[in-house]
Design a protein around this ligand. Structure first.
Ligand code: NAD
Ligand code: TYD
Length: 352
């Protein structure tokens, strides 16, 4: 299989950095290009262990800039795209939807157009892999799962923008025969996640003895997958997935927020040598998120049956690895929470 020059968008972010590291180490014969705008969520520190590798190149740029994107495709003639660049946080999308529309929708179409232009004539060994989320399917009651053919029903500006980009990617397959693949994954956790998402935010707040803001009653349910298992799934889907198909990725690992938070509190008490129960005292119930989806749960049988992927880690191991990483990388946390983070935090949480 060819697919040697791969553009990974958003590889300075959380999941993208794990995908880039996996590809750079596992496929030394590939050339990996990372196009990233370095928003608040993008951090070159995430890749500092591999950024000197000869098969890796970082390109600073915005996928919304169509001229730049076209020029890059023209210059590097990418064989494959793994598209992860996105605005990714639901709460930010509620505050400011327009950034999500521009990056997640317009940016995706810019990449599709540029790939279509240089791949016209032959799609052999070409692949446009769009990384998406289970949030496009909407919200479940306490029963049932999301399947690949579950109708889309997004509720937040974030999930609606991702749903829109998924539809456009499929439209480019159906209309122009573009060699696309989509995967929809459940909530990820692990090292290098920006501390605005639940797990790293709460680890950081416990570390700093700050309140733990639980939305509503903490009864919402998420299905958590360790980020390296998501990266491994992306690898098998990129190489073995069927063109035009969709794959759901998830770990059958559902937790109510409040139960999950109590696990984090316990692990943190132990790691920080604090009295058992002291972190739980920081739990504070706050105003619920607008349009808060009750439950996400993925059925990933198709991926398991067709491509043999399955999660490698139990949640109990993954959360310990995760807490260890943040405790051992407090400088990383301090760096990403300096600057504008405080402004963001005050705006998001002061009136809850
Ligand atoms: P993230 O916010 O940590 O990283 C996003 C990256 O994209 C950052 O490096 C940022 O600088 C870059 N970026 C943002 N706008 C850009 C632009 N206009 N041009 C170029 N680069 C830009 O996100 P993440 O959590 O790593 O998510 C990556 C992808 O996976 C997203 O598409 C997201 O929808 C999807 N996803 C995330 C999860 C999750 O739990 N985090 C679950 C399923 C799917
Ligand atoms: P989050 O990590 O933002 O992921 P998503 O909304 O994409 O699933 O949130 C996970 C869950 O945790 C979600 O139900 C909202 C809840 N949550 C809180 O209770 N408090 C918080 O401060 C945050 C950020 C999230």
């Amino acid at each position: 299989m060819d697919k040697k020059r791969i553009l990974i968008t958003g590889a300075a972010g959380f999941i993208g950095s794990h995908v880039a590291r996996l590809f750079i180490n596992k496929y030394p014969e590939y050339e990996i290009y990372n196009l990233d705008k370095l928003t608040y969520a993008g951090n070159l520190e995430n890749l500092k262990d591999i950024d000197k590798n000869s098969n890796y190149k970082f390109i600073l740029g915005d996928i919304v800039d169509s001229e730049l994107v076209n020029n890059l495709f023209e210059e590097y003639k990418f064989d494959g795209v793994i598209h992860l660049a996105a605005e990714s946080h639901v709460d930010r999308s509620i505050e400011n939807p327009m950034d999500f529309i521009m990056t997640n929708i317009v940016g995706t179409v810019n990449l599709l157009n540029a790939a279509r232009e240089i791949w016209k004539g032959s799609h052999e060994n070409k692949r446009f892999y769009h990384v998406s989320t289970d949030e496009v399917y909407g919200s479940l009651d306490l029963e049932g799962f999301f399947y690949e053919d579950t109708p889309y029903n997004p509720h937040s500006p974030y999930s609606a923008s991702k749903a829109s980009s998924d539809h456009l990617v499929r439209a480019y397959h159906d209309t122009y025969g573009m060699p696309v693949i989509i995967s929809n994954c459940s909530n990820n956790y692990g090292p290098n996640q920006f501390p605005e998402k639940l797990i790293p935010l709460f680890i950081n707040n416990i570390r700093n003895n700050k309140p733990l803001p639980v939305y509503g009653k903490g009864e919402n349910i998420r299905d958590w997958l360790f980020v390296k298992d998501h990266a491994a799934a992306i690898d098998v889907i990129y190489h073995g997935g069927k063109i035009g198909d969709t794959y759901n990725i998830g770990g059958h690992n559902e937790w109510t927020n409040i139960d999950l938070i109590k696990v984090i509190c316990k692990v943190m008490d132990k790691k920080l040598g604090r009295a058992n129960g002291s972190s739980e005292e920081l739990i504070t119930f706050v105003t619920d998120r607008a349009g808060h989806d009750l439950r996400y749960a993925i059925d990933s049988q198709k991926l398991q049956n067709e491509l043999g992927w399955k999660p490698s880690l139990q949640f109990e191991e993954g959360i310990i690895l995760t807490v260890d990483w943040y405790i051992n990388n407090q400088k990383w946390l301090d760096n990403v929470t300096s600057g504008n983070y405080q402004k963001y935090y005050n705006k998001m949480y002061e009136n809850r």
